[in-house]
Design a binder for this molecule. Structure first.
Ligand SMILES: [Zn+2]
Length: 1039
C-alpha cells in the first residue's frame, strides 16, 4: 500500500517553501550519513596550517572589549548572561590512574581502591603550582620546550574508552605545554578576538604543545562524518599531531611529577553540581505559574514542579528547545556549534491543574490555513486591513479571511474575538479534521488492540501465559476511552502462536470461542473477519472463556520454536481487513528460528566490540522487517513488544518494527511469573492505558530563514518533511533539528508550528497544533544564556545513538567530546570576560552539560564493552531514540535519594545527592532511579532498627542475597519508603523493578554503574577527569 495514499490530500502535503530534495529514505536511520551540523563537510584539522602561526602576544591588544563580558562573582551582565568559573582542573595530565586503565576483571576491586578523583586532582593541583602567574593553581605545568610538548602527544596516543591502558605514560609526561614567551598583560582584552580565526591572545602558557594546534579560520569540523576508509582516518582532527583525538581515553600525564609537593584535597563540591542546579531552579521557579506569553522565554527545568498557563506558546511539556534564542545567521550557528533543536512530545501528559487542549471546529471547510505554506491558524497570524486579511507569520503571505471567519479588529489591531478563539490566543489546541484529512476521504474507524501471545514452551513454563490471560480479563475493562464516553471504542482481538498462528473468533453470542489455525506462515492471511475484532464489553463472556482456556490448551506444549515476522504480518493484515488502525501487543520469548519469513540467527559476536564492525551489532537486518515497518505505518499499526528471553534475541532487529511504528519494547530477562510478574503487569497496564493517537503524521513548519532538517524518534520518514507514526503516545517524543536557510530577524524571531494529524481512540480525525516562538539574536551571549542543558543532551543522545549505526563508537564519542569542547570554547571566546587560559569558564545555563555528556558516553550503548549484553545495549539505544527531555535527563543523571534520614511525617521526597560513591554513607540507605532501573542500596553500617523497620529482620546480615522484594510493613519508615517508591514509579513510563543491593555485595556493581560522576565500571572517565580533559581541549581550541 502506498505510503502516500491518504497523506497526499492537498491541504496537508504541500511542500513548505524552500523545502526540498533531501533524500531521507526509510530505514537508514541516518539517511544522511553525515550527521553534520550546518552541513559542513567533514574536514580535517590542518596540523600546522601555513600562515596560522601564533600571533605575537601584543598584536591583539587593540581589539575591542568583549561584547558580553561575564565576571566571576557578578551576576549582573549584559542580558543576564553569567558565566561560572570553577577552580579549574589543571589542563594537563591526570595521574597514572587512567579512567580506562583497569583490566576488566579487576574493575570492581580497583574501583574501591583507586585514589579518589578528588585526590588525583589535588595531586595535579599541587604539581601545577609552579608557575609564577597570578593564579598559579590554575596554570598547567611548564614544559621545557614546545617540541617536547608535542612529542609527548605523539608518543602517547590515548587508548580508546574501554581499552586497558597498555602503555603507561612515559617520563616525558610532565611536558604538557610549552613555556610561553608571553607575559600576562594587555592581551587580556583580546579575548574578544574576531569571530573566526582566533589569535592567541591568552596570557599564560599556551596549553599542550599549542603551537601545533592553531585554530583554522573555518569552523571546526563537525558532525559524525561518514566512516569509510581506515579506522579513524577521517575523524575530525585526526591529524592533530598524530593524536587519536578527542577522546579522554587516557589523559597524557604521569604520576612521576606528581610526587613531591604537599597534597591538597580539592573539594569536589567546587565542580558544578547537577543536584544543586536542580534544587536552585526548584527553589527559584518551583510552585509558580509559568505563563507562556513571552517569545523566547526559557522555561523552568524539566525537574522543577511548576504549572503552565498557555498564553500563546506551547507548554514546555509539549515542546522544549536546546536554546530559546537562535543565532541570526548560519555563520554564528556554525561558530558556536550549539545544535538548534526542539524536542516535541505531542501527547505529553498534563498535570490535573492544567487545562486540557481545546477542540476547535472550523466547520465543513476545515481548519483555516495559509494558502501558501499551509500553516494553521494560530497566534502568529497578523490580521490587517480591518480584519479582512491576515499575514502569515511563517511565510509572510497575505491571505483573505474567509467570510465566515471575519471579525473586526480593536484599536490595537487585534481581533475582537481573540480570547474566545483558542487558535488565536493559545500555543496548543486541536482542530476537528474534515474528510479531506482522512484516508480515502472516508471517516476513520476506532482503533483495535490485538493481543498476540507466544505460547511456546518457554512462556508456558515461566507462567507468563497464565499470568497474562488472567490479567487481561480485568485489564480490558481499562482500555482508554474518549472523554465523556461510557466505554472504550477500541476493539480487541486475540492470536496465539508458536511456529504456527491461531486466530480466535470471540464474537458475542458464541457459546465457545473458535480457534482457526494458520500454518502457512510464509503467506499469512486472516482466516476470519467477523468475530475476530470485537468490543470487549459485548464479548466479555466469550473472551473470558478463551482467556481461561489458552493456558490449558498449551499447558503440555513441547514446541520451543517461534516465528515472529508472520505474527506482525498477521496483525497488520487483520487491521487492514477491518480498515482501522491499532496496536499489536506481542508477548514473545525467543529468537525466531522457525522456518518463516524474518527468521533470525544468533549474530551476537562480542568480538566485534570496539572494532570497526561493532556498529553491525546494532544494525537491524533489513528485508522482511523493513517491509513490515512500511506496511505497519501505512496502516497505522503500532507494535509493542514484550520480550521474555533467556538468551540473545537480536533486539536490534526484533525492535526495528516497534521503533518505526511509535511502539515500545519491554524486556524481562529469565522471566518467572512469581518473581517478575508484578513488574511486567504494571508495565502492561501503563502501556495499555496510555493516552495515544493513531495513524499520525506530523509536520513541523517554521518561519522563513530556517527549517527543520532532521528528525529523531520512533518514527518513519518517507520523505523529508512528513514524520509518520503508526501511533504516538504520551511518552514518545520527536527531536527535530533546525538549520538556517537565511538570516533570521531579531524583530520577528523564529516561529515553529508543529501540526499532528491523527486518529483518536474513538476514531475521530484531529489535528493537534503546537506553536512556539523563539528569539533571534546576533549576540552569541543570548544564545548561551537561553540554552537548555536537558534539551541539549536529549539531542546529543539521539544523534549519537543514530550515528553509531554507521560509525565506530570511538568516532562517535570523539565527536561528542569535540563538540562539547567547541561549544564551550566558543562561549569562552565570545561571551566570557577575559581571564587566564587556565581557568575553566562555563556558561551558566550549560554548567552541568559536561557531566551529562560524560554520562552519555558511559551509557551501555556507547561505552563499548564486551561484558555488556548486546541485546541490553541495543534495547537501551532504541529506548532513548523516542525519549523526551525528562526521560533523558534522569537517565543520564539518576536521582540518588537518601532515605535513611527521611522525615516520615513529611510528604517531601528528600533532596537527591550527587551520583558519586563519595556521597554514599555506610550507615545510610539510598534509593537510585533513572527511569529504567530502581535500586535500594543498603550501607554496611546501616542501623539495625532501620533494617528491622524496612525488612522485618534484626540486621543486615539476616538479609540474604536472595532478597528481592521490600515487604510492606506497618510502621512509618516502611510506609514512607513505599510511598516514595510509588511516587517515583508513577512519574515514569516504565514500572522499574526494585533491586535491593547491599554495600560490598557483588550485585552492588549493577548499582554502581549509575553513579555517573565516578569512573565508569565498563569504561569511561569520572566527571572530574572529563572536565579536566574538556578544559584542555578548550584551551587547545583557544590557542
Ligand atoms: Zn504561510
Amino acid at each position: 500500500m502506498s505510503q502516500q495514499g491518504y497523506v497526499a490530500t492537498p491541504p496537508y502535503s504541500q511542500a513548505q517553501p524552500g523545502m526540498g530534495g533531501y533524500p531521507t529514505g526509510f530505514g537508514s536511520p541516518s539517511a544522511q550519513a553525515l550527521y553534520g551540523h550546518y552541513g559542513a563537510p567533514p574536514q580535517t584539522y590542518p596540523s600546522q596550517p601555513a600562515g596560522m602561526q601564533k600571533a605575537p602576544a601584543s598584536s591583539p591588544s587593540g581589539m575591542p572589549p568583549p561584547p558580553v563580558p561575564g565576571h566571576y562573582g557578578s551576576n549582573i551582565q549584559q542580558n543576564g548572561a553569567h558565566s561560572q568559573r570553577f577552580p579549574p582542573p589543571p589542563a594537563a595530565s591526570t595521574p597514572s590512574m587512567s579512567p580506562y586503565g583497569q583490566p576488566p576483571l579487576s574493575q570492581y576491586q580497583s574501583m574501591a581502591q583507586a585514589t579518589p578523583p578528588t585526590q588525583q586532582l589535588a595531586n595535579q593541583m599541587s604539581a601545577m603550582n609552579i608557575g609564577g602567574y597570578g593564579q598559579s593553581l590554575m596554570q598547567p605545568p611548564q614544559s621545557p620546550s614546545s617540541s617536547a610538548g608535542q612529542q609527548q602527544f605523539q608518543s602517547a596516543p590515548p587508548p580508546a574508552m574501554g581499552h586497558p591502558l597498555l602503555t603507561p605514560p612515559g617520563p616525558q609526561s610532565p611536558s604538557m605545554g610549552a613555556p610561553s614567551p608571553m607575559t600576562p598583560g594587555p592581551p587580556m582584552g583580546s579575548m574578544t578576538a574576531p569571530p573566526m580565526g582566533m589569535t592567541n591572545s591568552l596570557s599564560g602558557p599556551p596549553p599542550m604543545g599549542g603551537g601545533a594546534f592553531q585554530q583554522p579560520p573555518g569552523p571546526r569540523p563537525q558532525g559524525f562524518p561518514p566512516q569509510p576508509g581506515p579506522y579513524g582516518g577521517q575523524m575530525p582532527g585526526a591529524q592533530m599531531a598524530g593524536l587519536q583525538p578527542g577522546f579522554p581515553g587516557a589523559f597524557p600525564g604521569g604520576t612521576a611529577q606528581m610526587a613531591g609537593p604537599p597534597q591538597k584535597k580539592l573539594d569536589p563540591d567546587s565542580i558544578p553540581s547537577t543536584t544543586q542546579v536542580i534544587e536552585d531552579d526548584q527553589a527559584k521557579r518551583g510552585g509558580q505559574v509559568y505563563a507562556t506569553n513571552l517569545r523566547g522565554q526559557v522555561p523552568p527545568l524539566v525537574t522543577t514542579n511548576f504549572t503552565v498557563q498557555d498564553q500563546g506558546n506551547a507548554s514546555p511539556r509539549f515542546m522544549r528547545c536546546t536554546t530559546y534564542s537562535f543565532p541570526c545567521t548560519s555563520d554564528l550557528a556554525k561558530q558556536c556549534q550549539v545544535p538548534l533543536a526542539t524536542i516535541i512530545k505531542p501527547f505529553a501528559t498534563l498535570p490535573k491543574d492544567e487545562t486540557p487542549l481545546y477542540l476547535v471546529n472550523h466547520g465543513e471547510t476545515g481548519p483555516i490555513r495559509c494558502n501558501r505554506c499551509k500553516a494553521y491558524m494560530c497566534p502568529f497570524m497578523q490580521f490587517i486591513d480591518g480584519g479582512r486579511r491576515y499575514q502569515c507569520g511563517f511565510c509572510n503571505c497575505v491571505n483573505e479571511v474567509p467570510v465566515q471567519y471575519f471579525q473586526h479588529l480593536d484599536h490595537m489591531g487585534r481581533r475582537m474575538d481573540l480570547y474566545e478563539r483558542p487558535e488565536l490566543s493559545l500555543g496548543s489546541y486541536e482542530f476537528a479534521a474534515t474528510l479531506d484529512y482522512c484516508k480515502n476521504n472516508q471517516p476513520s474507524n476506532p482503533p483495535a488492540y490485538i493481543f498476540m501471545i507466544d505460547v511456546s514452551y518457554t512462556n508456558i513454563k515461566s507462567g507468563l501465559v497464565k499470568l497474562l490471560c488472567e490479567e487481561l480479563k480485568t485489564l480490558l475493562d481499562r482500555l482508554p476511552k474518549e472523554e465523556g464516553m461510557e466505554s472504550s471504542a477500541i476493539k480487541v482481538g486475540f492470536v496465539t502462536y508458536n511456529k504456527i498462528l491461531h486466530f480466535y473468533n470471540v464474537k458475542s453470542g458464541l457459546g465457545q470461542p473458535q480457534m482457526m489455525v494458520v500454518s502457512d506462515v510464509a503467506e499469512v492471511f486472516v482466516p476470519l473477519l467477523d468475530g475476530f475484532l470485537v468490543n470487549f464489553q459485548e464479548s466479555r463472556a466469550v473472551i473470558n472463556n478463551l482467556l481461561d482456556h489458552i493456558p490449558e490448551m498449551f499447558a503440555d506444549t513441547n514446541e520451543s520454536e517461534t516465528v515472529f515476522a508472520p505474527v506482525i504480518q498477521a496483525g497488520v493484515e487483520a487491521l487492514k481487513a477491518a480498515e482501522c488502525s491499532g496496536k499489536l501487543f506481542i508477548f514473545h520469548s525467543s529468537i525466531p528460528t522457525a522456518e518463516a519469513p524474518g527468521k533470525l540467527k544468533n549474530r551476537d559476536d562480542r568480538k566485534l566490540v570496539n572494532t570497526e564492525k561493532e556498529k553491525t551489532l546494532f544494525q537491524p537486518l533489513r528485508g522482511v522487517y523493513e517491509q513490515l515497518s512500511k506496511e505497519c505505518v501505512s496502516q497505522g499499526c503500532c507494535v509493542d513488544l514484550f520480550l521474555f528471553p533467556s538468551q540473545y534475541l537480536d533486539i536490534a532487529t526484533m525492535g526495528d518494527v516497534p521503533t518505526h511504528t511509535g511502539g515500545s519494547v519491554y524486556k524481562y530477562n529469565n522471566f518467572q511469573a512469581h518473581v517478575d510478574g508484578e513488574h511486567f503487569l504494571s508495565d502492561l497496564r501503563k502501556d495499555l492505558e496510555k493516552s495515544i493517537g493513531f495513524d499520525a503524521i506530523m509536520r513541523v513548519r517554521t518561519s522563513t530563514g530556517f527549517r527543520a532538517t532532521d528528525f529523531f524518534g520512533a518514527i518513519y520518514m518517507n520523505n523529508t518533511t512528513d514524520v509518520e507514526m503508526a501511533a504516538v503516545d504520551c511518552d514518545k517524543a520527536v527531536t527535530v533539528e533546525f538549520k538556517h536557510d537565511d538570516t533570521l530577524s531579531e524583530d520577528t524571531g523564529a516561529l515553529i508550528q508543529c501540526a499532528l494529524l491523527y486518529t483518536t481512540i474513538s476514531g475521530q480525525r484531529r489535528l493537534r497544533i503546537h506553536n512556539l516562538s523563539l528569539n533571534c539574536s546576533s549576540q552569541l551571549a543570548d544564545l548561551y544564556k537561553s540554552c537548555e542543558t536537558d534539551a541539549l543532551i536529549n539531542f546529543f543522545a539521539k544523534s549519537a545513538y543514530r550515528a553509531m549505526l554507521n560509525q565506530p563508537l570511538k568516532t562517535v564519542r570523539e565527536i561528542l567530546v569535540n563538540q562539547t569542547a567547541h561549544m564551550l570554547a566558543c562561549y569562552r571566546k565570545n561571551c566570557a570576560s577575559p581571564s587566564a587560559a587556565s581557568q575553566l569558564i562555563l556558561p551558566d545555563a550549560m554548567k552541568v552539560f559536561p557531566v551529562y555528556m560524560n554520562s552519555l558516553m558511559k551509557t551501555p550503548a556507547l561505552v563499548g564493552n564486551a561484558e555488556l549484553s548486546t541485546d541490553d545495549r541495543a534495547l537501551h539505544r532504541l529506548a532513548v531514540m523516542s525519549m523526551g527531555v525528562e526521560e533523558t535527563q534522569v537517565l543520564l543523571y539518576p536521582r540518588l535519594i537518601p532515605v535513611h534520614s527521611v522525615d516520615v511525617g513529611s510528604d517531601v521526597i528528600p533532596a537527591p545527592v550527587r551520583c558519586s560513591e563519595e556521597r554514599l554513607n555506610d550507615a545510610g540507605v539510598f534509593l537510585l532511579e533513572n527511569g529504567r532501573s530502581l535500586f535500594l542500596w543498603l550501607g554496611q553500617a546501616c542501623p539495625p532498627d532501620l533494617i528491622q523497620s524496612l525488612f522485618n529482620v534484626p540486621s543486615l546480615a539476616h538479609l540474604t542475597a536472595e532478597v528481592t522484594s521490600l515487604p510492606e510493613l506497618d510502621n512509618p519508615h516502611s510506609k514512607k519508603l513505599h510511598s516514595i517508591i510509588s511516587s517515583i514509579r508513577e512519574l515514569r513510563p516504565y514500572s522499574m523493578k526494585l533491586l535491593i543491593v547491599k554495600q560490598k555485595d557483588r550485585p552492588e556493581m549493577l548499582f554502581r554503574q549509575y553513579l555517573v560522576e565516578d569512573k565508569g565500571l565498563h569504561g569511561g572517565a569520572s566527571y572530574m577527569d572529563f572536565l579536566c580533559y574538556v578544559h584542555r581541549e578548550i584551551r587547545q581550541l583557544l590557542t
